[in-house]
Design a protein around this ligand. Sequence first.
Ligand SMILES: Nc1ncnc2c1ncn2[C@@H]1O[C@H](COP(=O)(O)OP(=O)(O)OP(=O)(O)O)[C@@H](O)[C@H]1O
Length: 378
Amino acid sequence: MSRQSVDLSGISKSFAQTSVLQTIDLTVREGEFLSLVGMSGCGKSTLLRIIAGLETPDSGTVRIGGTDVTARDPSDRNLAMVFQSYALYPHMTVRQNIATPLRMRQLTLTQRLPLLGRVLAPRAVLTRINAEVAQAAETLQIAHLLDRKPGQLSGGQRQRVALARALVRQPAAFLMDEPLSNLDAKLRAHMRDELAALHRRLGATFIYVTHDQVEAMTMSDRIALMIDGRIEQLGTPDDLYRTPATLAVARFIGSPTINLLAAEVAASGRVTVCGRATGLLADRGPATLGIRAEDLRLAPDGIPARLLRAETHGADRYLTCRLMTDEGQTVVLRQNASDAQTISPEDALHLRFAPDRAHLFGAEGQRMALRLAGKVAA
Ligand SMILES: Nc1ncnc2c1ncn2[C@@H]1O[C@H](COP(=O)(O)OP(=O)(O)OP(=O)(O)O)[C@@H](O)[C@H]1O
């Protein structure tokens, strides 16, 4: 499998008066699974279409394997694109669908004709195409479906056929735009695992667009989180989860959503949350403290709260609580379901957060350094 890097530098794009991408610089490494993730309208599909050559940037360059392809047609970029609509040919069998890109590349127009082609096409080429189709079908575990038509397949199977068709082209990179969004939740989770496994097996470059942070977090080597046509943060899933660069990243990544509490940093540097000193130090000013559900726990000397609802999801239990403070903020705490004690709605609770796991963001949403008992905490 060929695999190549994709370099974007200074990519900008506007539609009419609206700026959709603002000076994007990004290198997708050879063999990397990189997700472009962000809310609807942030520009991720436009960026993918610029890489594919389906859209022309107003400025900037696209390089594939070091070669400038900005002015090249989509067909000259050797990229495979997989969309949410599988775009399979309904009148063709799975075998014919997968073989199409190979036939287009390796046979002449006359050799591709339905009847005449059978006589005119070189036997050796047809045998090679058949072998490549069989291998791709094997990789995607659809060998038993080769003689069916797309209408006789499930959504997941169709998606696999679309992937197999992309695979046979041996592209420099795979570009995928929300390829799983038409599948039901269970199948989506299954195909997520399959795509990640396929990526590991092929070692190919994958650029994957999604608005679903769970998809991005579970499959990617790195994530580029986009907001309003900019890359807000680029990093591993762990980087984005543990060290969000801004409040917007902290909010977008993680399920349930990170808990946010108004904080105040006094002249002395002491951070107060819900009117309580926290033992944390930071630069002065109003701020927001972020704390993930798993970094909150019940403790008798914590912030008083009242339980609104408890939900068990497999091994985890989520407690939604209202803080008994001026703001009456709602927070979610995650516990291990097996060691959770019995509590009922309206029970009085006390919550503490792990100071060394807290995130602090300034008035502009930027991450602020936190110091804990004399050392740097974040
Ligand atoms: N051909 C076009 N003409 C005009 N505006 C466009 C065009 N394509 C995209 N846009 C606008 O550009 C912005 C970014 O669109 P884009 O499809 O890249 O976003 P996205 O992040 O992929 O969103 P989604 O997840 O909804 O697909 C949107 O506001 C969209 O309306």
